[in-house]
Design a protein around this ligand. Structure first.
Ligand SMILES: Nc1ncnc2c1ncn2[C@@H]1O[C@H](COP(=O)(O)OP(=O)(O)OP(=O)(O)O)[C@@H](O)[C@H]1O
Ligand SMILES: C=C(C)CCOP(=O)(O)O
Length: 381
């Protein structure tokens, strides 16, 4: 772990452990992280034990989480335009989530839950109080957790002020921390509203406000009780990448990808889905016309990984990645590392493009057919 503050302006190369690699701009050697860093492992173990104990004593916690889904910032925002939501992609992601949650796949009556007035609304919201009070239930298997990234919200503020590098004594960093949180929490609000309009009982939860913190960018303190209780009563928690306090650096940026890995460890979902703006992981940046989509990556118990499908020419083993200069959390590189760590837990990970038939199939956990387009990362065991 600990990649949440990593930043690279040129292509990086993600290879197997011990594979030194060269790129056009710099040479970098990367290995996959262990599921928990040596330092954090001992400290974080009690949390896992607590969660296990809680599961034993709390009958509600026995209801397994079906899916943890990341709505990538690249998927639901226009990354090149400051604080701009890609409304069509967000709507499609929320509608597909509803379909995936619907019992037997049949979407029933949508119970609108965004009762706030929106700019331009001539009147207040219309609430069918009688109709709702007569309904037996929502008819949804809402046992999902949603985590979203920042995209064009937050990354700009964080990178301009250096929040990811820490140092709250600096006025610029302090102001940047506040500005980053204003930006990501306003996106969180819009995502919660979009889900609520689809009748998904979503509740926003900010990691910073829930007391999540890091030490040297590794997750140090995590209170997941609110998440578990919310799942228990049928809410869908909606978390997001956030600016958080760091015991050594004062502050940093915690990526949604890292949050997902931690939640996967805690909640053991059936599968994890990353929705982004490309079809999956390619052998090189997808802007390269020769880029090949990697269909399956296997991770062994040591954390080494290999490309299972397709067989690449020259027995190529690594993945070349480019990360936008303003991205404070490592972009696709962090995603692959965190996804591999999740797969190592025995949880299948699907990375695919938002707003496609493939994203709907991934959300339903149905990626087995040959024509599914995306990357599956799974344990080789
Ligand atoms: N080898 C690669 N394979 C796939 N995508 C890559 C690769 N190298 C670079 N990318 C870029 O990674 C981007 C997706 O990663 P990114 O972290 O931006 O996604 P996200 O999770 O949707 O966004 P955010 O981090 O803001 O939440 C794509 O836009 C793609 O161009
Ligand atoms: C506040 C920020 C920038 C959160 C970043 O989260 P991510 O987009 O999931 O990496």
């Amino acid at each position: 772990m600990g990649r949440s503050g990593r930043r690279s302006t040129g292509p990086a190369f993600l290879g197997n452990p011990e594979v030194p690699v060269a790129t056009e701009q710099h040479q970098i050697r990367l290995s996959l992280p262990r599921p928990w860093p040596a330092r954090g492992r001992g400290e974080e173990a009690p949390m896992a034990e607590e969660a296990a104990q809680e599961q034993q004593t709390d009958p509600a916690a026995s209801r397994p989480v079906r899916c943890i889904v990341k709505l990538g910032g690249a998927a639901i925002t226009n990354k090149g335009e400051l604080e701009s939501i890609d409304a069509a992609s967000l709507r499609s992601a929320c509608a597909q989530l509803r379909q995936a949650m619907s019992h037997g796949g049949a979407a029933g009556k949508v119970v609108g839950m965004d009762w706030s007035r929106r700019p331009g609304d001539p009147t207040g919201p219309v609430v069918d109080v009688e109709g709702l009070s007569e309904m037996g239930g929502l008819g949804l298997d809402s046992n999902f957790v949603v985590v979203h990234g920042a995209g064009s919200f937050g990354h700009f503020q964080a990178s301009r002020s250096g929040v990811h590098k820490g140092g709250l004594h600096s006025t610029l960093v302090k102001a940047g921390f506040v500005a980053t949180r204003i930006s990501v929490t306003s996106l969180n609000q819009e995502i919660v509203r979009a889900l609520a309009r689809e009748g998904i009982p979503s509740v926003g939860m900010s990691p910073f406000a829930c007391g999540w913190s890091t030490k040297q960018r590794n997750l140090e303190s995590v209170d997941a009780s609110q998440i578990m209780q919310s799942l228990h009563v049928g809410f869908v928690p909606v978390l997001h990448g956030d600016a958080v306090l760091d015991e050594l650096l004062d502050c940093t940026i915690l990526s949604g990808d890292v949050i997902i890995r931690h939640l996967a460890q805690l909640l053991s979902p059936k599968y994890v889905v990353f929705l982004t703006d490309v079809h999956g992981v390619y052998d090189r940046p997808p802007s390269d016309p020769n880029a090949v989509l990697l269909r399956e990556i296997a991770v062994d118990e040591n954390g080494s990984w290999s490309i299972v499908k397709p067989a690449l020419k020259g027995n190529k083993k690594g993945v070349e990645i480019s990360v936008a200069a303003h991205d404070t959390t490592g972009g696709m590189e962090t995603k692959i590392l965190e996804a591999a760590a999740i797969a190592r837990l025995g949880v299948d990970v699907y990375i695919t493009k938002v707003g496609t038939e493939h994203s709907l199939r991934a959300l339903k956990g149905d990626t087995s057919s040959e024509d599914w387009l995306g990357t599956v990362i799974r344990s080789s065991r």
